[in-house]
Design a protein around this ligand. Structure first.
Ligand code: ADP
Length: 484
C-alpha cells in the first residue's frame, strides 16, 4: 500500500498537470479560433484583391481561339495569371457556368484526387458566405476557401475562389512546446518535489508521535508526555490533545489500581476476622464462647456482603448498566419516611433530628435509589455527630430545582479533605473508622453522588472541622407539559 506521502504528492502533481492541460487546451482552442478567423479574413482580402485586379485590368480576361476548337474561350490574361501565381495561397477563377478559367500554379501542383475534390466542391463555396475548409489529403493540408463574385462585369466571368492553408491554426507552435518543456514541466516538477519534501517532514513527525505514543501507552510509562515541538499549529494541537488523553488515562489507571488495592484490602481484614472466628468456634469447648465467635463471624459476613453490594453498585454504574427507573415521585412522603427512620437512629445515638421544612414537590426519579441517597446522607450525619448534637433535614422547592439538605453539628471535615470525600474508599480517618462502630467503607458518598448525577442532579458538601457539615442534593424539576 502506497504511503499517504506518495499518494498526496501524486495527487498534487496530477492536479497541477490537469490544470496545466485544461488551461493549455482552453488557450489552444481560443487561439485556434482566432487564427482561423484571421486566415479567413486574409483569404477574403486576397479574394477581394483578385476580384478587383480582374476588374481593374479591364475585366482581366481575353477571348482566344482554343487550340482544338474554333470556338472562342475566355482566359485570364497572362499578366493577371502571373500576379495570381504570386499569391501565397490557391487561386481559381471560374466563369458563370462554373467552368474553371484559371488555376494558380499551386492548384495545378495538386494531385488528381485533391484536384478532383476541389473541382467537385467548388460550387459549394459560396460567395461572401462562410468559409469552407477542404482537407487536401495528398498535399497534407487543410485549406480554407472563400469565394468572391466578380461583380459589375459584363463578361461571362463568375467568381474568384481563394484558398489559404490552415497549418498555422492546427500545428502546435514550437514556442508552446519550448514553454512546456523548459518552463511549465520544471515548475511542476519543482512543486512536486516541494510537496514530497514537506509531506516527508510531516510523515516523520507523525512517525515520531506514533512511536512515542506506543512507548507511553504500554501502561507503565503513562507519567510521560509527548514533547510539543514548534511543528505547526495542527501538530501542536494533536500533541496537546494526546497529552490530555494520556493524562486522563494515567489518572483513570491510577484510580483503578487504587480502587483494586483498596477493595482487596477492605476484603482482606474481614476475611481474616471471619477465619479467626470460625477457628475459635471450632476449637472452643464452651457453647457460649462458640456463639460469640459465630455472632462475630455473622457480623463480618454481613459487612462483607454490604461491601460487595456497594462495589457491585459502583461497577454497574461505571459500566452504565444500572437502570434508573424513572417515575413521578412525590418527595414529601419519601422525605417524611426517611425522617421517621432518622428519628429512630438519632434517638439511639443521642442526636436530635428535625425536619423544619418540606415542600410538596414531585420529581422524575427512582424511589429506591433516592431513598438510598437520602438515608446515606442522614446516617452519615448521625454517625459523625456526637451525642447531644443536632441534625436538620430540609426539602426545598426553588424556581429551577429541588434541594434536599442535611445539616449536622458533628465533627465536620477538614477543608483540605472536602475535595476528596466523594472518592471511593476515602475516609477522614481510615484506622479509626474501621475500629470504631462507625466503620464505613468510604463508598457511601461515591454511591450517593452517582445517584444524584444519574438523576441529572448534583451532590455538594460544605463543612468545617469541629463545627459540622452540610450536604445538599439538587434535583431538576420535571419538564412541565402545557395542555393547550
Ligand atoms: P463511610 O461509609 O465511611 O461513611 P462515606 O462515603 O459515606 O463512607 O463517607 C466518606 C467519609 O466522609 C467518611 O468516612 C467521613 O470521614 C466523611 N463524612 C461523610 N459524611 C460526614 C459528615 N456528615 N460529617 C463528617 N464527616 C463525614
Amino acid at each position: 500500500m502506497a504511503s499517504s506521502r506518495t499518494n498526496l504528492t501524486a495527487a498534487f502533481v496530477a492536479g497541477l498537470l490537469s490544470v496545466t492541460g485544461v488551461v493549455g487546451l482552453t488557450f489552444w482552442t481560443v487561439r485556434n479560433a482566432s487564427v482561423y478567423r484571421d486566415i479567413g479574413r486574409y483569404a477574403g482580402t486576397e479574394a477581394d484583391l483578385a476580384a478587383s485586379l480582374i476588374l481593374d485590368a479591364g475585366e482581366g480576361v481575353q477571348s482566344i481561339i482554343g487550340p482544338d476548337t474554333t470556338a472562342e474561350v475566355l482566359q485570364v490574361t497572362p499578366r493577371l495569371g502571373a500576379m495570381f501565381n504570386s499569391f501565397p495561397g490557391y487561386v481559381i477563377v471560374v466563369d458563370r457556368k462554373g467552368n474553371v478559367l484559371f488555376s494558380s500554379s499551386s492548384v495545378q501542383r495538386l494531385d488528381s484526387l485533391d484536384s478532383a475534390l476541389l473541382t467537385d466542391q467548388l460550387s459549394n463555396i459560396s460567395s461572401g458566405g462562410a468559409a469552407g475548409v477542404l482537407a487536401l489529403k495528398d498535399a497534407g493540408v487543410q485549406v480554407l476557401f472563400v469565394a468572391r463574385t466578380v461583380s459589375g462585369t459584363s463578361t461571362a466571368l463568375g467568381r474568384v475562389v481563394v484558398g489559404a492553408a490552415t497549418d498555422e491554426a492546427t500545428a502546435l507552435p514550437r514556442v508552446y512546446i519550448y514553454a512546456l518543456i523548459g518552463f511549465v514541466l520544471p515548475i511542476i516538477g519543482l512543486a512536486g518535489w516541494g510537496a514530497w519534501a514537506t509531506l516527508g517532514l510531516n510523515s516523520e513527525r507523525i512517525a515520531k508521535i506514533t512511536h512515542d505514543v506506543a512507548a507511553i501507552s504500554d501502561g507503565r510509562s503513562l507519567h510521560r508526555r509527548l514533547s510539543v515541538e514548534k511543528a505547526g499549529q495542527e501538530f501542536e494541537q494533536l500533541v496537546e490533545t494526546l497529552n490530555a488523553m494520556i493524562g486522563r488515562l494515567e489518572s483513570s489507571f491510577l484510580g483503578l489500581r487504587r480502587f483494586t488495592a483498596d477493595a482487596s484490602h477492605e476484603l482482606k481484614t474481614p476475611l481474616a476476622v471471619l477465619r479467626a472466628d470460625v477457628e475459635r468456634a471450632m476449637s472452643e469447648a464452651a457453647q457460649s464462647e462458640r456463639l460469640v465467635a459465630l455472632e462475630e463471624a455473622l457480623h463480618e459476613t454481613t459487612r462483607m456482603a454490604d461491601l460487595v453490594e456497594s462495589l457491585l453498585t459502583l461497577a454497574r454504574a461505571d459500566e452504565g448498566r444500572f437502570d434508573i427507573h424513572r417515575e413521578p415521585i412525590a418527595l414529601k412522603p419519601l422525605v417524611e419516611d426517611v425522617y421517621e427512620t432518622a428519628l429512630i437512629l438519632g434517638e439511639a445515638s443521642g442526636v436530635a433530628v428535625n425536619l423544619p421544612f418540606t415542600a410538596d414537590v414531585t420529581v422524575m426519579g427512582d424511589r429506591t435509589r433516592l431513598r438510598q441517597l437520602f438515608l446515606n446522607l442522614i446516617t452519615n450525619a448521625i454517625k459523625y455527630t456526637p451525642a447531644g448534637g443536632k441534625v436538620d433535614i430540609g426539602l426545598g422547592l426553588h424556581p429551577d430545582n429541588v434541594t434536599f439538605a442535611v445539616r449536622d453539628t458533628g465533627i465536620g471535615i477538614a477543608a483540605a479533605d472536602v475535595p476528596y470525600i466523594f472518592e471511593r474508599f476515602w475516609r477522614a480517618d481510615r484506622v479509626r473508622s474501621r475500629m470504631s462502630e462507625r466503620g464505613g467503607f468510604g463508598l457511601g458518598l461515591a454511591i450517593s453522588q452517582w445517584i444524584a448525577q444519574a438523576h441529572g442532579g448534583t451532590l455538594t458538601a460544605s463543612s468545617r472541622l469541629g463545627r459540622g457539615s452540610l450536604f445538599t442534593v439538587t434535583l431538576p424539576l420535571p419538564v412541565q407539559v402545557q395542555n393547550a
